[in-house]
Design a protein around this ligand. Structure first.
Ligand code: NAD
Length: 349
């Protein structure tokens, strides 16, 4: 048992290896469920957060983003990239790390990898939203885009929504094979499919999670029957969408934070005043989620800072009393706070 350092100058750091150990220690489906609970609880106190659209730096090949928020007690941010061309070069499309700090002192309390944590929190958020919006008794999900996020999505929908069958499709069959292999033994029935249309057969939930730096059309209007729930993950940047505009016009659209989603989400294709519903209002019961059997519900997911804040706090709580972190000597700590130079001078030895 390693207690968290009481000394302010040390900051617990959770590496990728430690994150993997922590997830297995708790159990991945438990982590997904607990993350969903943390996110829901934070969305229920929406007004206590300092909210801003993420700060994005775009290039021709990708984007680098900072995602800050605070509840007045803790401050958190995530650094995350999105580079669809990376996989061809043997790199991840999305990598991330994040930091949680104490608002009172301004001192960091946690530094952690967030590549795995982002996949977990994105999946937990998707399934949490589907719990409120998907048709009751849904058992089958189409999973289009079988890259890094896909298995996390499938497991979250199993753990949180009771999905039993996933129908996989990816433009690259090798990705589908990889996803099917990884889900073997998970308890899900896994069906690899030859086309997007094929993957949607009998699916009450459709998840799109592809990566392409363009306005792609993964779903066309004729593919979408009444009554389904669409969980659109991959359209999360200006000029990067997955759904045909006509689907949006037939759907009731639910978003995390409109100010960010209107710039980054599928709804960048719509007029700026097109009606959308904020998810915190659905979670709190202020507005209804699904209201009819024929309704098409669409979660236009882009990923919002509060989800990362919830995930960071969850990790800080979960590493207490475990070995899944190291202590980083990250902050200067002279005996006399004003004698920073003296500390440097004495270090010359
Ligand atoms: P990835 O590159 O590992 O996988 C993407 C997959 O999409 C690849 O296997 C690729 O072959 C497939 N694909 C591309 N075009 C396709 C098409 N036309 N039809 C079918 N398949 C196609 O990426 P990832 O890490 O799994 O991320 C997927 C997407 O999710 C990215 O766009 C990423 O930016 C986004 N994302 C969103 C959130 C969020 O909170 N909304 C969080 C994380 C990632």
């Amino acid at each position: 048992m390693t207690p968290l350092p009481s000394h302010l100058a040390y900051v617990p750091f959770v590496s990728v290896e430690h994150m993997m150990g922590l997830v297995h220690h708790i159990g991945i489906e438990t982590v997904l469920r607990e993350l969903a609970d943390e996110i829901e609880a934070d969305f229920l106190r929406w007004e206590s957060f300092d909210k801003t659209p993420r700060i994005a730096s775009h290039s021709d090949v990708g984007v680098i983003e900072l995602m800050p928020t605070s509840d007045g007690h803790m401050y958190g941010f995530k650094y995350v990239n999105g580079h669809p061309k990376n996989t061809k070069e043997g790199l991840q499309t999305v990598t991330a790390f994040g930091l949680l700090a104490d608002v009172d002192s301004g001192y960091p309390k946690l530094l952690t990898e967030m590549t795995i944590l982002t996949a977990l929190r994105t999946a937990a958020m998707s399934a949490l939203v589907a719990k409120h919006l998907a048709p009751k008794g849904a058992t089958t999900m189409a999973m289009i885009g079988n890259g890094a996020q896909s298995e996390f999505q499938c497991l979250a929908f199993k753990a949180i929504c009771g999905i039993k069958t996933v129908r996989l499709y990816d433009a690259d069959p090798a990705a589908t094979q990889k996803c099917a292999r990884n889900l073997a033994g998970s308890g899900l029935t896994v069906i690899p499919c030859k086309s997007g249309e094929d993957s949607m057969e009998g699916a009450q939930i459709i998840t799109t999670c592809t990566a392409d730096k363009q306005n792609a059309t993964i779903l066309t209007d004729n593919m979408i029957g009444d009554g389904v729930h669409i969980n659109a993950i991959g359209g999360d940047c200006p000029g990067k969408t997955e759904l045909h505009r006509d689907i949006l016009l037939r759907s009731d659209i639910f978003v995390e934070y409109p100010e960010q989603t209107r710039v980054e989400g599928e709804i960048q294709q719509l007029d700026v005043d097109h009606a959308v519903t904020e998810l915190w209002q659905v979670f709190s019961g202020v507005v209804p989620g699904r209201t009819g059997d024929r309704q098409i519900t669409l979660f236009d997911s882009v990923g919002f800072a509060i989800e990362d804040f919830s995930a960071l706090r969850y990790v800080l709580k979960s590493i207490q009393g475990t070995e899944f972190f190291i202590q980083l000597d990250m902050l200067a700590d002279p005996d006399d706070p004003r004698d920073l130079f003296g500390m440097l001078k004495r270090a010359k030895g």
